[in-house]
Ligand binder design. Structure first.
Ligand code: NAD
Length: 515
């Protein structure tokens, strides 16, 4: 079995090793999850919500332990870990607990006149075993949000964390707070190889968060089995700043949006467009505030920016910035490592980047932003939409009508107005992308329903009545159907009288036996 070293991402010392899962372990995980699903299937949403409350309480009680583990494996700053990993999950769990019963309740649906006397309903049912594959940047948040959603909807889960940040045992520990969910969440460790074997077990759905590169591979493997796939992929998020903003606040939002989690966030700000008339003062203030940011990990909550978790990601960041520099872009802050021996990349601001540079055309996923000036609303819409990605964006202006107009024109899955990355902060809002940023939605009613399949019901009464559209077909019935259609779909004042007469005639004709 192939051992994988899990490292302290700052000191690079090995914390522990995980093994690539064997074929047997993969099969066993699915067997257990399938058994777990049979039990969960019999539960009500209310019972599952009670179980969710226990997990939520365990997360609340253990929040500092969660932060410790996350910081160790990711190298992120302590505040980043506390707010986005622990608080973010608690907030979402509370939303789920309060809203799942309503969103998953059986629904009455409208029954049209032509089906008079019948009733229509929709049930929102679980899918089965959902396979969740996660990345390393928010290893606790992304795991728990997707797992809790799947469970609330009545699915059991096989979960594969990133091999870079497996948080070994932590998810299992939190789930053990609820006996109901014990068999229903099976964590399987390993790399993409293990993930491929898991897909071969034919889960009912694959919920994937990660890079577009891997998303394409998963989609193609899943196509062989016609497994539905949800893809939450990367971004190149734009921030659009009009001339009427408060510069200090907008600069503070810009820096946080670009540098939070050291920029290793799918929705971090990567491209900033500022109206020409305030461009110079905006850039000056941005540089000034950027210079004050504190880089550290293993801190007591007083560092702004942590380390870069994955060494290959650090290579991508360095390569993109170095290429931009040599192609003529102007690096006005950062642009290098804090030191040679630690994975801290200085917060970086780049001017004069062009779309042929990877720093503008590809996801950077680091503490790096590009900035440029724009002159008109339409020009900034066109320029910022000119990307393969479409995850989220922010628009900043006192003129809310204009901000709304721009928000509608942006080809993205979410827009924060006069704030940044805040759509994600509201668990009631759906989260997901367009274009190469993926498809499907997590969170909100749409995200929860995404873990279900609807079952349509039409209930008729038990009687001797033969339906008009059943056999036998006769010429008489055909004429009556024509009159009925004319009455039902045509126009005119006599419509309802005609409808009643032709309906009654059709009904009576339909009760006559053949011959
Ligand atoms: P990645 O695609 O390299 O890996 C993600 C997961 O996929 C890991 O668990 C990995 O082991 C697994 N994997 C690798 N090869 C696989 C294969 N062939 N089949 C199945 N699974 C395979 O991504 P990453 O580097 O871990 O994460 C960073 C990326 O995730 C960035 O692009 C970021 O934008 C994106 N992301 C998106 C969101 C979102 O919600 N849209 C959130 C966080 C991160």
């Amino acid at each position: 079995m192939n051992a994988i070293a899990v490292k302290n991402s700052v000191t690079l010392e090995t914390l522990y090793e995980i093994n690539e899962s064997s074929d047997e372990q993969v099969k066993e995980a699915f067997q257990t999850a399938r058994q777990g699903f049979q039990d969960l299937k019999k539960t009500t949403v209310k019972e599952r919500v009670e179980a969710l409350k226990k997990v939520r309480d365990a997360i609340y009680e253990n929040r500092e332990l969660i932060v410790d583990k996350v910081v160790l494996e990711t190298g992120k700053s302590r505040t980043d870990a506390l707010v986005s990993e622990a608080m973010g999950v608690l907030d979402y769990a509370d939303w789920l607990i309060a809203n799942a019963p309503k969103i998953l309740a059986d629904e009455k649906a409208h029954t049209p006149l032509a089906l008079m006397g019948k009733k229509s309903k929709i049930y929102h049912e679980a899918l089965g075993v959902v396979l969740i594959i996660a990345p390393w940047n928010y290893p606790f948040n992304i795991a728990m949000v997707s797992i809790l959603t799947a469970l609330a909807a009545g699915n059991s889960v096989v979960f594969k964390p990133s091999e870079i940040t497996p948080l070994s045992g932590l998810i299992e520990e939190m789930m053990s707070a609820s006996p109901l969910f014990r068999q229903c969440v099976n964590v399987v460790y390993g790399t993409g190889l293990t993930a491929q074997k898991l897909i071969d077990q034919r889960p009912a759905k694959i919920f994937f968060t990660g890079s577009a590169r891997t998303g394409k591979k998963i989609l193609s493997q899943a196509a062989n089995y016609l497994i539905p796939v949800e893809l939450e992929l990367g971004g190149k998020d734009q921030m659009i700043v009009f001339e009427d903003v408060n510069i200090e606040r907008t600069v503070a939002g810009c820096l946080w949006g670009a540098m939070t989690n050291a920029g290793q966030s799918c929705t971090s700000v990567e491209r900033v467009y500022v109206h020409k008339s305030i461009y110079q003062p905006f850039v000056e203030k941005l540089k000034e505030e950027c210079a004050k940011l504190v880089l550290n990990s293993g801190d007591d909550g007083d560092a702004d920016i942590g380390g870069i978790t994955a060494d290959f990601q650090l290579d991508i960041i360095r390569k993109q910035v170095d290429e931009a520099k040599s192609a003529g872009a102007n690096v006005i802050a950062g642009g290098e490592m804090l030191s040679d021996d630690m994975p801290f990349y200085l917060p970086t601001i780049i001017e004069d980047a062009t779309t042929d540079m990877t720093v503008l055309s590809q996801e950077t996923f680091g503490p790096v932003l590009t900035i440029s000036a724009f002159t008109s609303e339409q020009a900034v819409i066109d320029e910022s939409n000119n990307t393969d990605f479409g995850l989220s964006a922010s628009v900043w202006s006192k003129d809310l009508k204009r901000a709304d107009r721009v928000a509608r024109a942006l080809e993205v899955g979410a827009v924060s107005i006069n704030n940044v990355m805040l759509t994600e902060g509201n668990p009631a809002l759906p989260f997901g992308g367009t274009k190469q940023s993926g498809f499907g939605r997590v969170k909100g009613a749409e995200g929860l329903r995404g873990m279900t399949q609807s079952k349509a019901l039409l209930v008729d009464t038990q009687s001797a009545k033969i339906e008009a559209n059943w056999y036998p077909y006769t010429r008489k019935k055909y004429q009556l159907f024509s009159q009925f259609i004319e009455a039902l779909f045509g126009k005119g004042l006599q419509k309802w009288v005609k409808f009643a007469i032709s309906g009654l005639k059709l009904e009576s004709e339909s009760q006559k036996p053949r011959g």
